[in-house]
Design a protein around this ligand. Structure first.
Ligand SMILES: NC(=O)c1ccc[n+]([C@@H]2O[C@H](COP(=O)([O-])OP(=O)(O)OC[C@H]3O[C@@H](n4cnc5c(N)ncnc54)[C@H](OP(=O)(O)O)[C@@H]3O)[C@@H](O)[C@H]2O)c1
Length: 267
């Protein structure tokens, strides 16, 4: 019997984690969402008795503390695995190269804000809010869903110069994970950054600009992974990620690993 809490569970990979984990009736699955009425995940809660919806915004310390209290009330104060999966970006400037950022402190901060608040501050507040529960859990695992887009070798190999705030925030997340791993090792807690692969989580029909962007990115990825054919589906990414989480140990604590469980194959 294991308990899991997943942030950003309303859609995409977060919701797929909830779905796959819920299929084992021995699991207790806490789906943390900004809006508990989000259609996709509330359907899962009505389908699976072991899914509990909890309101929680990772960018609001009070809200995520309340979410941890609600989780504790369901699980008896303990949690085996925390998956911090939430993410937000400033979509309007995702295509900017670093040299395009303006000499305007407010505007520049606004471009970084969604990424930093979800990945870095949200990562801290969520982890700290759930830490007392993790300490009482059996597995004692904390996972932050990060990205290989923060890997310097991948950036150098592919030449991907855009997605600056996103990649910088995930790089910071990866360092924060290593810091947590260093701090929490004596308490038997394992911490991992997990890159889920390149996954199609777009809902509905893709606008042509997104289709073109994907095709461009595929060519760039193929410079380091020539056999890559395109995005994988959430089912595959999450099934492999759950396996990586199952295999977490002291040796890998503090690292960023791919959904394939290594640091070589990011796709
Ligand atoms: N898809 C990929 O190819 C890929 C590749 C590498 C890494 N990743 C990482 O994998 C994770 C999931 O990706 P995805 O593609 O599934 O993303 P997504 O579809 O954009 O979903 C993001 C989730 O984060 C939630 N969220 C946003 N702001 C939040 C906040 N302040 N508090 C709580 N939740 C918040 C969203 O909830 P709302 O509905 O409330 O907005 C949503 O459920 C992210 O960390 C992403 O960076 C994805």
């Amino acid at each position: 019997m294991s308990s899991y809490a997943i942030t950003g569970a309303s859609k995409g990979l977060g919701r797929e984690f909830v779905r796959q984990l819920a299929t084992d009736p021995n699991n207790t699955v806490l789906a943390i969402v900004r809006n508990p009425e989000s259609p996709g995940v509330s359907e899962l809660a009505s389908q699976y008795a072991n899914v509990h919806l909890i309101a929680g915004d990772v960018t609001d310390p009070k809200s995520i503390l309340n979410a941890a209290s609600a989780a504790a009330a369901i699980t008896g104060g303990k949690l085996d695995v925390l998956i911090h999966n939430s993410n937000a970006v400033d979509a309007a400037t995702m295509s900017f190269n670093p040299s395009q950022f303006p000499f305007d402190s407010e505007a520049t901060r606004a471009m970084f804000e969604p990424s930093l608040t979800t990945a870095i501050y949200g990562g801290l507040w969520t982890t700290n809010a759930f830490l007392p529960l993790i300490e009482k859990g059996v597995q004692k695992k904390i996972v932050h869903i990060s990205s290989a887009m923060a890997e310097v070798d991948l950036i150098r190999g592919t030449g991907i110069s855009y997605g600056v705030a996103y990649s910088v925030a995930k790089a910071g997340m990866n360092v924060q994970i290593a810091k947590y791993a260093a701090e929490l090792a004596p308490r038997g807690i394992k911490v991992l950054g997990l890159s889920p692969g390149w996954v199609d989580t777009w809902e509905g029909e893709k606008p042509s600009a997104v289709v073109e962007g994907d095709a461009f990115m595929l060519k760039q990825f193929q410079t380091i992974a020539p056999s890559l054919e395109g995005q994988i589906q959430p089912e595959e990414s999450v099934a492999k990620s759950i396996q990586v989480i199952a295999n977490m140990d002291d040796e890998s604590s503090g690292l960023l690993l791919s959904h394939n469980g290594n640091r070589e194959n990011w796709f």
